[in-house]
Design a protein around this ligand. Structure first.
Ligand code: B16
Ligand code: MG
Length: 214
């Protein structure tokens, strides 16, 4: 079958923003008086901001009322935005820009499907916004991955059927979301974490268009 559209997750697929999320969450944990490790941070990948805060507070054994939680999430986000505002093209992960360019040359449509409400800042800083025919980010969806909403909306904006789309994802919840949407899922990262994907690649360095043949 021939693929008509490719949908890319942002954090962990196009750029490694997990390190900036980690710096900001770690800073918040330190202010609250506990340590948040890089291993704890794994649990936040692909997860929404408020859900990430819940996990962080669980690690610290703390709980707050909803109003305080919103303030804490805002505080973390302000630090995160400060970090990502310094990003530039050099932070695009190896090979992914060329891969997207080859898709466009073949007439394959492309979309972004990210849980992040900050996706536009990153796309603009990286100067890659023009590569996407549709951008679905955390501001456009109500349900977090593994719900398929983000990818179904991307297919809809591309005017394509889900079965004609391939998703590239680095998070387990994202692979589940792609499968729940009825799409072919390519995991980007380690096979241990992404075993539910239809296939797994280490990254886009030297990646050929063959990886979307199924
Ligand atoms: P924000 P993705 C996700 O992006 C991140 O993986 C996850 O760690 C983050 O909590 C989430 O976006 C929300 O981000 O706080 O910027 O709205 O992987 O779906 O591109
Ligand atoms: Mg991701």
């Amino acid at each position: 079958m021939s693929v008509k559209g490719c949908i890319f997750d942002l954090d962990g697929v196009i750029v490694d923003t997990a390190k900036y999320h980690y710096l900001a969450w770690k800073r918040l944990a330190a202010e609250l008086g506990f340590e948040f490790t890089i291993k704890d941070n794994e649990r936040l990948k692909g997860v929404s901001r408020m859900k990430s805060l819940e996990i962080l507070l669980e690690v610290g054994g703390l709980n707050f009322d909803d109003k305080t939680k919103v303030k804490l999430a805002e505080k973390k986000n302000n630090w995160y935005v400060e970090y990502i505002s310094k990003m530039d093209k050099s932070e695009i992960l190896p090979g992914v820009e060329n891969f997207i360019k080859s898709l466009k040359e073949k007439g394959i449509k492309t979309a972004l499907g990210s849980a992040s409400k900050n996706a536009m800042i990153i796309l603009n800083n990286l100067k890659i916004l023009d590569y996407f025919d549709a951008v679905i980010d955390g501001n456009k969806v109500k349900k977090a991955k593994p719900d398929p909403e983000v990818f179904l909306l991307a297919a809809k904006e591309l005017n394509l059927e889900p079965k004609d789309c391939v998703v590239f994802e680095d998070a387990e919840a994202g692979i589940e979301a792609a499968k729940n949407a009825g799409m072919y899922a390519v995991g980007v990262g380690s096979l241990d974490i992404l075993h539910k994907a239809d296939r797994v690649i280490m990254g886009f360095d030297n990646a050929k268009l063959d990886i979307i043949k199924f």
